[in-house]
Design a binder for this molecule. Structure first.
Ligand SMILES: Nc1ncnc2c1ncn2[C@@H]1O[C@H](COP(=O)(O)OP(=O)(O)OP(=O)(O)O)[C@@H](O)[C@H]1O
Ligand SMILES: [Mg+2]
Length: 367
């Protein structure tokens, strides 16, 4: 799995620029605010159909422009695929695959597999549960299109239910709709819970092994925590759905009183412990970082298990945040996959054995 080229037109601070990548290590070097992360955002968009820094795709359009695009050519399972994402200020994004317009964006998600690793991920252990849910979702949405579809629908219905709870005071008749939305959420939520449970089980094993390599005297565990009434998250979805309903309906009055959705997998967490105690509360700075590295590298290995090839690794500024020992831990595990690494100083270049180096300034590649 690797990206041959990416062409940007009116995307972020790029007007027109084309990158032709090495199949192994690519280094993207430049001063602050020159467009390094913007390029990784484009690469990520080609795999997730989302911009990782915003939920608003039109924010990706270069200031003052109405339309723009991100096109990429990549090889996946021995065939070359061209994807073009067309952004517009007034219309939803269009996705073209090999010159044919797709009806749904989700048809293109996950064709290109990427794992993004940025400094925020080093906070994965310390951050709130939302960050860990995003971490799980980013992988699952690429690996399991059915998960991506269920999650998107779950989020849509959840937003709708929230609207009902907020507006019910003024328009009490809205509450007639509430139970129907709760039931729909439980049905979709059960799919979400089951996929997450299976994924975390695989992830936990890999992360523990990687963590043991980096820190032999510590044991990392990762466990999936979902709605308390779910007795077996690996059970068939109907059983999980019934468990979710029990919890949701016992919180019905509380949801109306608090005007918020209190029950459901949108509250899930990935609970991490180090040597048996909560990593979020007790890990040192260094321990938390090592655990985060283990989790991210485990994610990448699960992609490889699935596809037989590494996903494209997008390392945004991560190396500069790490001490030398942890840098080596990451670099030594890159294996044979393609990597796009951004950094401010070229010093990291030699240590990462870059095949190609791009110098970027003001949204242009310097000759
Ligand atoms: N829609 C947009 N149109 C034009 N410029 C934009 C747009 N969105 C962001 N930018 C600009 O892109 C510039 C570079 O962003 P980017 O995050 O890629 O920098 P970077 O090279 O990664 O810098 P750093 O080293 O600080 O992380 C910023 O100055 C920002 O203002
Ligand atoms: Mg950046």
């Amino acid at each position: 799995m690797y990206i041959h080229s990416i062409k940007l037109h009116n995307f972020r601070n790029y007007e027109d620029e084309t990158f032709s990548f090495d199949p192994a290590v690519n280094l993207i070097v430049g001063e602050n605010a020159q467009g390094k992360t913007n390029l990784l955002e484009a690469a990520c968009a080609l795999s997730t159909m989302k911009l990782f820094r915003t939920g608003q795709k039109k924010e990706g359009l270069r200031f003052g422009t109405e339309t723009g695009s991100v096109s990429g050519v990549f090889s996946a399972e021995d065939r070359d695929i061209t994807l073009e994402l067309c952004l517009s200020r007034t219309r939803p994004m269009e996705v073209w695959k090999n010159g044919v317009r797709l009806r749904r964006q989700s048809e293109a998600a996950g064709l290109l597999r990427t794992v993004l690793f940025c400094p925020d991920d080093l906070m994965l252990v310390r951050a709130g549960a939302a960050a860990r849910r995003r971490f799980l979702d980013a992988a699952l949405c690429q690996l399991r299109p059915q998960y991506a579809a269920a999650l998107a629908e779950y989020e849509r219905v959840l937003a709708h239910k929230l609207r009902i709870l907020k507006d019910a005071e003024e328009k009490p008749a809205l509450l007639d709709l509430l139970d129907d939305f709760t039931l729909r959420l439980c049905r979709l939520g059960a799919i979400v819970v089951r996929y997450r449970a299976y994924y975390v089980r695989k992830l936990a094993g890999r992360a523990a092994a990687l963590h043991a390599e980096a820190a032999p005297h510590e044991t990392l565990t990762a466990a999936y925590r979902t709605v308390s009434t779910v007795t077996d998250p690996y059970a068939p979805v109907q059983a999980i759905e019934a468990d979710l309903q029990r919890h949701a309906f016992s919180h019905r009055a509380a949801e109306i009183a608090s005007k918020s959705c209190l029950s459901g997998p949108h509250k899930d967490d990935l609970e991490l412990t180090l040597n048996g105690v909560s990593a979020g509360s007790f890990a040192s700075q260094g321990q938390a970082r090592t655990a985060a590295l283990a989790l991210k590298l485990a994610e990448r290995e699960l992609f490889r298990d699935e596809d037989g090839a590494y996903p494209v690794l997008l390392l945004d500024d991560v190396l500069s945040e790490l001490d030398r020992r942890r840098q080596d831990f990451v670099l030594n595990r890159l294996g044979t996959g393609q990597v796009l690494i951004t950094c401010c100083e070229a010093e990291t270049a030699e240590r990462s054995r870059a095949g190609r180096v791009f110098q970027i300034a003001g949204g242009r590649i310097l000759p």
